[in-house]
Ligand binder design. Structure first.
Ligand code: PMP
Length: 363
């Protein structure tokens, strides 16, 4: 029994459950794939930036070569735009890769990671795979209880994961809340501020993790090209931290973790301001469209600042199965211990409408 032979931490893990691909749902239910709408993985509904597509095409002739393992050009660009040293930037094969690198560097048997209930599913995976324990702190109003999280930090804690905004709940933390929290956490504990949905948030008091780095040397900020930059399929993310933290990650990073097409596309997408702005505007309008519909249907929802929103139904599994039959893929949240909630990603207006129509039909 090779599962029993695996590292102890892995034995209790469940595999990450991604949103079902359109083709699989079409085949299972005998539906026309063209008529299926997938709002399950917080992807950008606009398709990739045309500039990223062009950059990929230009890169194709170079595919016999290894990518630039240091990500020189992308790091130069980020460094220039963000006003920090390239040595403070680490590139990942998606920001998931960075979360995993962090766990491999700082977690181990005998140590623990602190994170909130209803937090992103990769935190437990990375933590347990590293053989560490976890302390899951009850949420307040579906969001992080930062005071309780700070209080839970003990001698064995080496990492705290904080997502702002949080996935799947879409809740967010103000700059004051984050600073008060960081003030309470001992400097030897690494705080991961996961800003996968950073670009979507325009709340006044929402903090920019980058600006906290000077005050908190134990902070690492993770961002991604998967969401507002529309490149989920390429897998590229980056972290911002002290050079010491970045150099530690670099010791265990796979030499070519960000591939050549991903590097080229990320560089182009990052410079396509118009695409980013359009994505953020579409998202804002889409959130409003969904919230309005939920209110009209008399459904409770968790106010969100991400590119997704959680709506409460009587039975998430049943409504999810019924929506699938209508050709709408969303994310049931039973694995997150939210069995009555569905998370729906914000799509184009007509995709949101298709979801709303299907939802009102199946309720
Ligand atoms: N953090 C959070 C909070 C997320 O929701 C996601 C994507 N689901 C990620 C990190 C990872 O994104 P990626 O690996 O595509 O960069």
């Amino acid at each position: 029994d090779f599962l029993k032979e695996a590292n102890p931490g892995i034995q209790g893990l469940m595999p990450y459950q991604p949103g079902k691909p359109v083709d699989e749902v079409a085949r299972e239910l005998g539906l026309d794939p063209e008529r299926i709408v997938k709002l399950a993985s917080n992807e950008n509904p606009h398709g990739p930036s045309p500039k990223a597509v062009a950059a990929i095409q230009a890169e194709l002739t170079e595919l016999t070569r290894y990518p630039d393992g240091s990500g020189f050009r992308l790091k130069q660009l980020l460094s220039h735009e963000l006003g920090i040293s390239p040595r403070q930037i680490t590139l990942g094969n998606g920001s998931n890769d960075l979360l995993d690198l962090i766990a491999r560097c700082w977690l181990a048997p005998g140590r623990n990671a602190v994170y909130s209930d209803y937090a992103f599913a990769v935190y437990p995976i990375a933590t347990q795979a590293a053989g560490a324990e976890h302390k899951i702190i009850p949420a307040v109003n579906w969001g992080h209880d930062l005071d309780a999280m700070a209080a839970a930090v003990d001698e064995q804690t080496s990492v705290v994961f904080v997502a702002n905004p949080n996935n799947p709940t879409g809740t967010w933390l103000s700059e004051k809340q984050v600073r008060d929290f960081l003030d309470q956490v001992p400097e030897r504990v690494l705080v991961v501020l996961d800003e996968a949905y950073f670009e979507y948030v325009d709340e006044n008091v929402y903090p920019d993790g980058l600006k906290l780095l000077d005050d908190y040397p134990n902070l690492i900020v993770c961002r991604t090209f998967s969401k507002a930059y529309g490149l989920a399929g390429l897998r590229v993310g980056y972290s911002l931290s002290s050079t010491q933290i970045a150099e530690t990650l670099n010791r265990v990073r796979q030499p070519f973790n960000a591939n050549a097409l991903a590097l080229a596309a990320a560089e182009a997408a990052y410079q396509d301001r118009e695409y980013l702005e359009r994505s953020v505007i579409t998202n804002k309008a889409g959130l409003l469209q969904l919230e309005t519909a939920f209110r009209e249907l008399g459904l409770d929802y968790i106010p969100s600042v991400g590119n997704f929103i959680c709506v409460e139904v009587d039975d998430g599994e049943r409504v999810n199965a019924a929506l699938l039959k209508e050709g709408v893929i969303v994310r049931p949240l039973r694995p997150y211990r939210m069995p009555n909630h569905l998370r729906v990603s914000v799509g184009l207006p007509e995709e949101n409408q298709q979801f709303i129509d299907a939802l009102s039909k199946v309720l």
